[in-house]
Design a protein around this ligand. Sequence first.
Ligand SMILES: Nc1nc2c(ncn2[C@@H]2O[C@H](COP(=O)(O)OP(=O)(O)OP(=O)(O)O)[C@@H](O)[C@H]2O)c(=O)[nH]1
Ligand SMILES: [Mg+2]
Length: 444
Amino acid sequence: MNDDIIVAIATSRLEAAISIIRLSGKDCIAFVQQFFTGKIIDKASHTITYGFIKDQDEKVDEVLVNIYRGHRTFTGEEMVEINCHGGVFITQKVLNLCLKKGARMAEHGEFSKRAFLNGRIDLSQAEAISDLISAKNDYASQLALKGIQGNISHFIEDLKEDLIQIITQIEVNIDYPEYEDVEELTADSLLPKSVKLQEKMDHIIESSKNVHLLKDGISTVIIGKPNVGKSSLLNALLDEDKAIVTDIAGTTRDIVEGTIRLDQIVLNMIDTAGIRDTDDVVENIGVHKSKALIHKADLVLLVLDGSQPLTQEDKDLLELSEDTNRIIVINKKDQGVLNDIQGISISAKDHDIDPLIQKIKSMFELGEITSSQDDILANARQIQLLEKANQSLKSAIEAMKQQIPTDLIVTDLYESWESLKEILGERAKEDLLDELFKRFCIGK
Ligand SMILES: Nc1nc2c(ncn2[C@@H]2O[C@H](COP(=O)(O)OP(=O)(O)OP(=O)(O)O)[C@@H](O)[C@H]2O)c(=O)[nH]1
Ligand SMILES: [Mg+2]
């Protein structure tokens, strides 16, 4: 494994009271001793020493140096942190000196990657560190902190434990097929155990997905036939004139985006081209894009013009969006309502949209989830893997129900097991690791 000495400025590049230069790698205490006047070479781990950083005879900075001897360190290797005065120029000069003496500039996330490779943290914890750095709201930071503390690792380990018990039970069966009575007995108790585990996975997947809507925003698409007031609704929600509004049908040709915040909920809004059959080439492309978005969105706002009777185009859209998470919005209520479709009546033009906002808030009322619930996955990669694990387990359950031979069932269960391991990076491939750790900042 690579344990050469890496170095990076671990604090922000702005002027500050102090800035920290972090080093990690084999014998990095002896390395720093070469240009530090304080005595650190024989000092105990986790101690702080005062002195000067010197480049030959020139004093570069007055510093405090923390030393950490392996393995109880962040990276699991010997580490040094040099606390410099916070000037950008001085910090850079100390960094340059480290590089000149032979340390290597750390890559993005390389400290965390070493922590992972040395078994100090698992992949879910490493990802949580990256998430905490980029967290932009309370939900995201709470979730990340739990991840760093090993929360995800714990509940995935629990799932693994349940699964391995099921696998063991079957393996015993395969090894001792002569006990026919035992086989029947085992198969009976296996099914409820497996179903219970599968329900646990279902629950984690669902709540994780909900929380991610909060963390990353709810992708919301506004659809409807031309001229019903979609762009007016976007503008009213954003409280600005972002999209062009005219009384000409087919005004919006391309997608217009905007973000709104309703308390803790963030909506990533997309206004689309009004959907209709058209010969206009540009408009037609827009219409296709609108249709494609309907099934990708977390929330669909289907706008109808309440002042007009329902048309075939409206009916087609009602059908097209039937299986989505949708709210039917009846616009132009200031002109009276002529259709009898159940929906939320608003007047986008007058910014009279409060009933819609209340409806959206009530649909995504998830305030309690992150604070009270522990088994939440941190990102799409983890959710996908748990879904895969769940899928394999489901096939195994189906097979158990159909009394398929146990040695075939075991293949599915092992697949499920592998996916669970992958969440924690226990089988992570090199290229995946590189991809994941690249998203970190240097010094982490
Ligand atoms: N009376 C009334 N008129 C409205 C309301 N909302 C929008 N309009 C008018 O309806 C017309 C069309 O509004 P847009 O917001 O451009 O409609 P659109 O659905 O985006 O239309 P396309 O982009 O062409 O698909 C404009 O003249 C708006 O002023 C409303 O609540 N009441
Ligand atoms: Mg429009």
